[in-house]
Design a binder for this molecule. Structure first.
Ligand code: AMP
Ligand code: MG
Length: 425
């Protein structure tokens, strides 16, 4: 890892979001190792192997309906069929159908030799071992209501690739192929702290000058959404010794430590200082709002021989979430063998004029929706202070006012970052 030391001189140009994202991703050289996990414990983790289908799906040509299986070409020739038996799901019918025969068949049951078509039960009538169909003027085509063997997946087909996030669909897909376990990247072990003398754990009485700790909970939720193994190490006071010793201890058995607070300009810079004392610091003034102060670096080697990375999020609850989402999340995904599409943005029409400063990207909390004309449009949630956490709750996206624009008139196109593409929770 090559991190420049003490890169926090105020006169240095501020980093754009893209520069900061790249700088963070470049440090992600130690991807967590591959481990076997049962499907039950693999949700949200990233695949570490190629998945090739060991069987074809469906295994057998089978019925898509409850009904009667027969030879389709006979439908235009015969009036009734002899009921030769039945094929129930999980059993089948082991003989070959002869001319003029049909069998009763349930959904998913294998089609017997000699049959290629299923007529729905609702169109059939049974009388003394004979079956009659009422088909109107449109008899089913040959092959109707039949699922062909291998129509979904061919044996040997390459289905999933390393880096694939395992969601509900992929877990179901793997199970449908008979996999009970898969190789995934080990979850990252992440420790979290809040900092600040005023920051109070929920559940305790709120001191006169106190504020309840929101960040540990929003950050923990986002980490768990990424499948990380989280250790909550509580709240640290604004005290250099306490912060230094807590970070040193936590760095021994974690791969990443996240703190919030204590990195503002003009703040007692304890988090930055502790980081500089223990490992290597980069401190960035980011050209984004919210989230201007952001500390990053590493705290040396942990007991497992990998480097313990560190990110100091801003204290303001919205800024902590936004910097996590835009910067820390892509880093974590890469460390866990996956990736965040950094250009996963949509274009929407702004319903209101927007303002920002030149050379800075503002991320307003926004609500996008499709208007009656089918156009994607977006408006802000209202007041945009970086402590107003209700704005994140109301929003379904971030609206980006880019670095090079100061004013965007209503009706103009603008980039939005939809939460469902960016916010793991
Ligand atoms: P700081 O970066 O420490 O100066 O904090 C900036 C602002 O965020 C201050 O108003 C803090 O009180 C507030 N803050 C810091 N940490 C938290 C936290 N964990 N939960 C809620 N607010 C916080
Ligand atoms: Mg503070």
């Amino acid at each position: 890892m090559s991190l420049s030391c003490f890169d926090f001189a105020d006169q240095k140009p501020q980093l754009t979001l893209e520069e900061a994202q790249q700088a963070l991703l470049e440090t992600a050289t130690q991807i967590t190792p591959a481990i076997k996990r049962s499907l039950q414990e693999a949700q949200g983790l990233f695949l570490a192997e190629n998945i090739q289908a060991p069987i074809q799906v469906p295994q057998n040509t089978n019925s898509a309906m409850d009904g009667y299986a027969l030879k389709g070409s006979e439908l235009t020739q015969l009036k009734s069929w002899h009921l030769a038996g039945e094929s129930l799901a999980g059993r089948g019918f082991n003989q070959t159908l002869q001319a003029g025969e049909c069998i009763y068949i349930t959904t998913g049951a294998p089609l017997p030799e000699g049959a290629d078509t299923v007529v729905m039960m609702e169109q059939a009538r049974r009388e003394d071992g004979q079956v009659f169909f009422e088909l109107g003027d449109k008899p089913p085509k040959i092959g109707s209501n039949v699922r062909q063997a291998g129509e979904d997946i061919q044996e040997g087909q390459l289905l999933l690739h390393p880096g694939q996030c395992l969601g509900s669909t992929e877990l179901g897909l793997l199970a449908s192929l008979g996999f009970s376990e898969v190789e995934v990247h080990q979850p990252l072990r992440v420790a979290i702290f809040s900092t600040g003398d005023e920051v109070t754990a929920p559940g305790l009485p709120l001191p006169a000058a106190g504020i309840y700790d929101a960040n540990r909970f929003s950050v923990q939720g986002m980490l768990q959404g990424l499948g990380c193994q989280v250790t909550d190490l509580g709240i640290l006071p604004d005290d250099l010794n306490a912060i230094t010793s807590a970070l040193r201890k936590a760095s021994r058995d974690h791969q990443l430590i996240l703190t919030s607070g204590g990195v503002s300009v003009g703040d007692a810079d304890f988090v930055k200082q502790a980081l500089a004392d223990l490992g290597e610091t980069r401190f960035w003034r980011l050209a984004i709002r919210p989230g201007r102060p952001f500390a990053f670096g590493h705290l040396g080697q942990n007991q497992q021989g990998s480097t313990c990375l560190f990110a100091g999020l801003p204290g303001n609850p919205v800024a902590a979430m936004v910097t996590f989402m835009l910067l820390v999340q892509p880093l974590i995904k890469k460390l866990q063998g996956g990736y965040q599409n950094l250009t996963a943005t949509w274009t929407a029409q702004t319903e209101e004029p927007l303002k920002s400063r030149l050379g800075r990207s503002d991320f307003h909390r926004g609500i996008y929706q499709v208007n009656p004309e089918g156009q994607l449009e977006v408006h802000t949630t209202g007041a945009q202070g970086s402590g107003i956490l209700t704005s994140m709750h109301q929003a379904n996206c971030l609206i980006r006012i880019p670095d090079h624009q100061t004013e965007i008139p209503a009706g103009d196109p603008i980039s939005i970052y939809p939460f469902h593409l960016w916010l793991a929770e």
